[in-house]
Design a protein around this ligand. Structure first.
Ligand SMILES: Nc1ncnc2c1ncn2[C@@H]1O[C@H](COP(=O)(O)OP(=O)(O)O)[C@@H](O)[C@H]1O
Ligand SMILES: [Mg+2]
Length: 593
C-alpha cells in the first residue's frame, strides 16, 4: 500500500471497526465512568503525599495519623473495584467483537467458492482467523482500555503537579515530551525487529508443518540430518533477532531512567532549595515528585500504543480482504427449487477454463438419462474431474450450460442442486468425530437402524463392530487409525445413507490395495444401485459394465460407446485397455460380482 492511499483507507477502516463497537455504547460509557474514578484515585494518592509529610511527619498531628491511613485504604478500595469493573467491561466488548469477527470470517469462508480455496493456501486462511483476529483484539483492547484510562490519569496527575507548584510544574510538563522522543525511536526499531521475527516464526511453522506431516518422506529418503540442519538454521535466525530485540529493550529502559534521574536531580535541587528557604513545604515537594514519577507509566503506555494500532490495522485490512471477497457462485434472486431428478443430466456445449484463455473443457455435449451408469476414462489431466465438478456447481461453466431435467443448474438454488448429489472421491474426508456421526454427516436425522443398514451395505459393519466402542468410536487424528479401504467404506456408507439420486465417483478406489479394493467395489455396487452415476475410474475392469463410456482427452470427448464397441474402434480406449491389462495381469484382480 502506498503512503498516499494510507490516509483515506485508514479512515474507512476506523469507521468500519467503530461500527462494530457502536452496539456496546452503554457498556463503554460505564467503563469510561469507572476509568475516571480510577484516574481520580491514582491522582489522589499523589495528592495525599503532602498531608502525610507535612501533617504527620513534620507537624506530628495525631488525628491525621488515623485519618490519612483510612483515606489510603478507601482510595485503594475504590481504585481496585473500579479497575476490575472497567477492565471487565472493556474486555467484554473487545472479546465480543473478536468473536463476531471470527464467526463472520468463518461463515464467509463457508460461502466462498472452491476457486477461492484453489487460490489462497489453507494455512493463510487459518492464520487470518486466528493470528489476525488476535492482533485486532490486541489493538482494540489496548486502544479502548488503554487510551482513555491513561489520558485521564495523565490529566489528573498534571493537575496535581501544577496545583502543588505551578512554576516547576510548567517546567516539568514542558520537559516531559523530550523524554518521550527516545521511547518513540526505540519503539520504531522494536517494531521492525518484531516484524522480522514474526516472519521468521512463520517460516519455522511452515517448516515444522512440512516436515512433521511429511515425516514418512523425510525418513524414507534419509534426510533427517538435512532437516535438522535446516531447522537449526531457522532457529538460529530467530535467536539473533530475539537477542536484538532484547538488547534494544534492555538499553531503552535504563536510558529512560537515566534521563528521568537527571530531571529528578534537577527537581530535587530546585525543590530542596525552595523548602530550605521556606518558600515551600516538604509535603508539597514530595507530592509533586510522586505525581511526576507516576506520570511515567501512562505516558509509556501511550507511546507503545502506536505499535499495537499499526499491527491491528494491518490485520484488520487482511481480515476485511477476506470478508470483502464476494462468493462467485450464489443463488439467483428467484432461484428455483430443483425437484428430485427424473429425466436426466445434460451437458450442452460446455466449455470451461480455470484461468481465462486456458481451456480445460472444450464444447462437451452429453446426455445421461436417469438411472444410467456413465463411465469417464482417459489420460490423466484430460478434464474428467473438472467435468464432474461442474455438476454440483463447484465451478461455473465458462460457456454452454449444465441442465438437470431440462433446467439450467444456474437457475436452481445451490441447496436443492447439491442435495441431489453424493460424491465419493479418492481422498476420503472423515471428521474427528464418532463413526456414527461420520456416517450420518449428510443426514443427521437418520435413525440408528438406517445408520447400521448403511454401514452393512457399505461392507463396513464388520470392522465397525470390531472397533473398541463400535459406532461410538472416535476416528481422526487422536482416535483410531483406519486403513484406506475402511475409511473409504465409511465414506461410502455416508453416501448410501444420504441417498442422493445422482452419484459421482472420482477414482474412488485408486489409492487402495487389491484386497480392500474388492470390498470397496462391492460397497460401491450397493451404492450405485438405482442411481444416476458418473464414475471416473482408473481401472478399466471396473467399468466394463457401464451403460456408456466416454474417453476424455485434452478436454474433449475422444471416443464414446460401450466397452466392446470402443475396443473394436482400436483407438485410445483399446490402447488404455491394453496398458491396463498388462498391469492387471501382475495384480490378478478378480472380477466383481
Ligand atoms: N483447481 C484447478 N485450477 C487450475 N487448473 C486446474 C485445477 N484443477 C485441474 N486443473 C487443470 O485442468 C486440467 C484437467 O484436470 P482434471 O480435470 O483434474 O483432469 P483429470 O481428472 O482428467 O485427470 C489439468 O490440466 C489440470 O492441471
Ligand atoms: Mg481427476
Amino acid at each position: 500500500m502506498s503512503k498516499k492511499s494510507k490516509g483515506p483507507d485508514d479512515v474507512v477502516l476506523y469507521r468500519r471497526l467503530l461500527s462494530k463497537v457502536r452496539p456496546f455504547w452503554t457498556r463503554l460509557l460505564w467503563a469510561m465512568a469507572l476509568m475516571i474514578l480510577v484516574a481520580g484515585a491514582s491522582s489522589a494518592m499523589a495528592y495525599m503525599v503532602k498531608p502525610v509529610m507535612d501533617d504527620i511527619f513534620v507537624a506530628k498531628d495525631r488525628a491525621m495519623l488515623v485519618m490519612v491511613p483510612l483515606a489510603v485504604i478507601v482510595l485503594y478500595a475504590i481504585k481496585g473495584t473500579c479497575s476490575y469493573g472497567q477492565t471487565y467491561l472493556m474486555q467484554f466488548v473487545g472479546q465480543r467483537i473478536m468473536t463476531e469477527f471470527r464467526v463472520d470470517l468463518y461463515a464467509h469462508l463457508q460461502k466462498l467458492s472452491l476457486s477461492y480455496y484453489d487460490r489462497v493456501p489453507t494455512g493463510e486462511l487459518m492464520s487470518r482467523i486466528t493470528n489476525d483476529v488476535n492482533n485486532i483484539q490486541g489493538a482494540v483492547s489496548s486502544v479502548v482500555t488503554g487510551v482513555l484510562k491513561d489520558l485521564f490519569t495523565i490529566f489528573g496527575l498534571i493537575f496535581v503537579i501544577l496545583y502543588r507548584d505551578w512554576f516547576l510544574g510548567m517546567f516539568a510538563v514542558g520537559v516531559f515530551p523530550l523524554c518521550v522522543i527516545p521511547l518513540v525511536k526505540f519503539g520504531r526499531r522494536l517494531r521492525k525487529i518484531s516484524r522480522r521475527s514474526q516472519e521468521t516464526m512463520a517460516d519455522v511453522s511452515v517448516l515444522l508443518h512440512e516436515t512433521i506431516s511429511g515425516a514418512r518422506i523425510v525418513k524414507g529418503f534419509c534426510r533427517e540430518d538435512h532437516e535438522i540442519a535446516r531447522f537449526s538454521a531457522e532457529a538460529e535466525r530467530l535467536f539473533q533477532l530475539r537477542m536484538k530485540d532484547v538488547s534494544t529493550r534492555a538499553i531503552s529502559s535504563p536510558l529512560m531512567e537515566f534521563l528521568g534521574g537527571l530531571g529528578i536531580a534537577g527537581i530535587i535541587f530546585y525543590g530542596g532549595w525552595q523548602v530550605i528557604n521556606g518558600h515551600s513545604t516538604p509535603g508539597t515537594f514530595f507530592s509533586f515528585l510522586t505525581a511526576l514519577i507516576m506520570l511515567y507509566e501512562p505516558v509509556k503506555h501511550l507511546s507503545n500504543l502506536n505499535n499495537d494500532i499499526q499491527n491491528g490495522l494491518a490485520s484488520a485490512t487482511r481480515v476485511y480482504e477476506v470478508l470483502d471477497t464476494p462468493p462467485q457462485i450464489v443463488d439467483k434472486p428467484q432461484a428455483l427449487t430443483l425437484p428430485r431428478l427424473r429425466q436426466g443430466i445434460e451437458f450442452r456445449d460446455v466449455s470451461f477454463a480455470y484461468r481465462p484463455g486456458e481451456t480445460v473443457l472444450n464444447h462437451i455435449n452429453l446426455n445421461v438419462p436417469a438411472g444410467q451408469l456413465l463411465a469417464l476414462v482417459g489420460t490423466s489431466g484430460g478434464g474428467k474431474t473438472t467435468m464432474v465438478n461442474l455438476l454440483p456447481r463447484f465451478y461455473e461453466v465458462s460457456e454452454g450450460a449444465v441442465l438437470i431435467d431440462g433446467v439450467d443448474i444456474r437457475d436452481c438454488t445451490l441447496f436443492s442442486l447439491r442435495s441431489q448429489i453424493a460424491i465419493v472421491t479418492q481422498q476420503t474426508i472423515l471428521f474427528n468425530d464418532t463413526v456414527r456421526n461420520n456416517i450420518a454427516y449428510g443426514r443427521p436425522e437418520a435413525s440408528e437402524a438406517e445408520i447400521v443398514e448403511a454401514a452393512r451395505a457399505a461392507y463396513a459393519l464388520d470392522f465397525i463392530e470390531r472397533l473398541p466402542s463400535g459406532f461410538d468410536t472416535v476416528i481422526g487424528e487422536a482416535g483410531v487409525l483406519l486403513s484406506g479401504g475402511e475409511r473409504q467404506r465409511l465414506s461410502i456408507a455416508r453416501a448410501i445413507l444420504a441417498d442422493r439420486p445422482i452419484l459421482i465417483l472420482d477414482e474412488a478406489t485408486s489409492s487402495l490395495d487389491t484386497e480392500s479394493e474388492l470390498y470397496v467395489q462391492k460397497a460401491l455396487e450397493n451404492l450405485m444401485r438405482g442411481r444416476t452415476t458418473l464414475v471416473i475410474a482408473h481401472r478399466l475392469s471396473t467399468i466394463q459394465r457401464a451403460d456408456r463410456i466416454l474417453v476424455m482427452s485434452e478436454g474433449r470427448i475422444a471416443e464414446e460407446g460401450r466397452h466392446e464397441e470402443l475396443l473394436a474402434l482400436q483407438g485410445l480406449y483399446s490402447r488404455l485397455h491394453r496398458m491396463q491389462f498388462a498391469v492387471d495381469q501382475g495384480l490378478e484382480v478378480g472380477g466383481v460380482a
